[in-house]
Each structure stands twice: as structure tokens, then as C-alpha cells.
Design a protein. Structure first.
Length: 154
């Protein structure tokens, strides 16, 4: 009797460990490519996956956002804008436990010249295909906060 119990317990433990390992592989994203603002006739850049990124400030306002295919389009406005300012889009690569899964992304303004005083509105586009969650057809993308949510259906 103890022998049967030990065999059943061992098989159950092995199944549990295999299942845990396969779930952790589903949420793993490997992507170190850089993001950038979309220029004329230029393809959108990829989201930056950086588990240590901390969003410290956002001196801009996101006016509109949408997703078409794998492209996240953001319309942002901000003061003291310079033509050589750039934006990066970051994600930790982790997903929140929910159905559908959720991914947090953070938009970072990278200042160029420091002596500009324009108010500017820019359209930014980012390829977010690295945020697909295996086994799901939809991920909720939280942009900077949980107030700006958009469904990424693929």
C-alpha cells in the first residue's frame, strides 16, 4: 500500500513540476531591440524589454492610443519640446495574473537639446509583438498606468 502511494505521489509531483516549467516559459520574452519615434517611411521599432526599468516621470500627456495589427500608436503632447527628442517604450516582460493577461508598458521621453520652448504633439508607433502571450489571443496593455488600457488582440 505504501509503495502504491509513493508511486502515485512521485508521478503527481513530476507532473506538477513539468506543468510549472511550461507555464514559466510561456511568459518569457527575449527582446533587446530599441524603440524609437516613427519617422517618415520608417518601420515602427520594438518595445524594449527591461525587467529593471523604473518609470520615474512622464512630462507628456497621452492624448490618444490604439493598436492595429502589432503596432501600438500613441499621440502625445508635451511642452519644451525639441525636434531631436526621442521616446522609448519599455516593458518588464512580465504579465499580470488575470484573464486575459495584462502587460504594463511605460513611455519614456528622452530629451535632446535642452534649450527648446515649443509645445509639440507627436505620433509614435511601436511594434509590441513581443508582448504576445502564448496560448492566449488577447493581452490587455496598460500604458503607464492602469487608467490607459487597450486590448491587444492577435
Amino acid at each position: 500500500m505504501q509503495r502504491y502511494f509513493l508511486i502515485i505521489f512521485s508521478i503527481s509531483l513530476a507532473c506538477f513540476l513539468v506543468q510549472c516549467k511550461s507555464k514559466s516559459n510561456k511568459s518569457k520574452i527575449v527582446n533587446d531591440s530599441r524603440t524609437a519615434q516613427l519617422e517618415d517611411n520608417q518601420d515602427p521599432e520594438n518595445v524594449i524589454i527591461d525587467i529593471e526599468y523604473k518609470n520615474l516621470s512622464n512630462p507628456y500627456k497621452i492624448r490618444e492610443y490604439s493598436i492595429e495589427d502589432d503596432i501600438l500608436t500613441l499621440m502625445v503632447s508635451y511642452k519644451n519640446a525639441c525636434k531631436d527628442d526621442d521616446f522609448n517604450l519599455y516593458s518588464s516582460g512580465m504579465f499580470l495574473k488575470s484573464l486575459p493577461p495584462q502587460a504594463n508598458v511605460f513611455l519614456e521621453l528622452v530629451r535632446g537639446s535642452e534649450s527648446c520652448a515649443e509645445k509639440q504633439e507627436k505620433e509614435l508607433q511601436f511594434n509590441i509583438s513581443a508582448l504576445k502571450y502564448q496560448g492566449q489571443k488577447k493581452v490587455v496593455i496598460n500604458i503607464n498606468t492602469h487608467e490607459n488600457k487597450v486590448d491587444y488582440v492577435y
